[in-house]
Design a binder for this molecule. Structure first.
Ligand SMILES: Cc1cc2nc3c(=O)[nH]c(=O)nc-3n(C[C@H](O)[C@H](O)[C@H](O)COP(=O)(O)O)c2cc1C
Length: 192
């Protein structure tokens, strides 16, 4: 397993009433376990602690990442096979997890999870620069309140090149949702 490399994934969990939660999250392998590190407060963390389970979804559909950051959570799900919960229908691969240990922390606990099912549904289709650019913009959007506006504008200018040159319809849609969020943020901060 590739220890240390952070993989950008979609985590699906459910609460005790089976209410789903979908959240983009970086995870990494620690030998044959996966580590999730949610910032508190976190619904994903609450669900993982309450049920003992989560699903890691690997997808090249970056509109799911952009959607979750812009209030769009209605992504098609399919029932998990070995645990109570769901996987993302569009996942290329999903891994069902059981929580085995938690290193608690005031800010960001580390949740060590053991795979109970690892299933591939579709092939990896190759790298795409616009997909990487959308992920980078999603990260910027999640940190707008912490970043200097000049840095945000400079990075967007650079990321736009990859989107203009290589995006397909899904990436353009995702990019436009995130850019609307950026524009709204700067409009509202200019009004204060
Ligand atoms: C690519 C990407 C990676 C992210 N990784 C994490 C992460 O590792 N931990 C975290 O708490 N939030 C991460 N976020 C932000 C969360 O997705 C976001 O705060 C979400 O609302 C958390 O939902 P929750 O309340 O279920 O934790 C990431 C966002 C993006 C776009």
């Amino acid at each position: 397993m590739n220890n240390e490399m952070i993989l950008e994934t979609i985590i699906t969990t459910v609460d005790e009433n089976c209410q789903p939660q979908i959240a983009p999250m970086g995870v990494w392998w620690q030998d044959d376990h996966l580590v999730l590190a949610p910032f508190k407060p976190s619904t994903t963390l609450d669900n993982l602690q309450a049920t003992g389970h989560a699903v890691v979804n690997f997808t090249d559909d970056v509109s799911v990442f952009a959607g979750c950051l812009t209030g769009r959570y209605d992504w098609p799900l399919a029932a998990a096979e070995n645990i109570q919960g769901n996987r993302l229908h569009s996942a290329l691969r999903h891994i069902e997890l059981t929580l085995v240990d938690m290193q608690d922390d005031e800010l960001r606990p580390k949740c060590l999870c053991a795979p109970v099912l690892d299933k591939t549904h579709a092939p990896f289709n190759g790298y795409n620069r616009a997909q990487a650019a959308v992920l980078e913009l999603a990260i910027l959007v999640s940190r707008l309140h912490m970043l200097e506006p000049e840095k945000v504008h400079r990075e967007i200018e650079y990321l736009t090149i990859a989107v203009d040159k290589t995006a397909g319809p899904r990436e353009r849609q995702a990019w436009s949702w995130l850019m609307k969020r950026v524009d709204d943020y700067f409009l509202s901060s200019a009004a204060v």
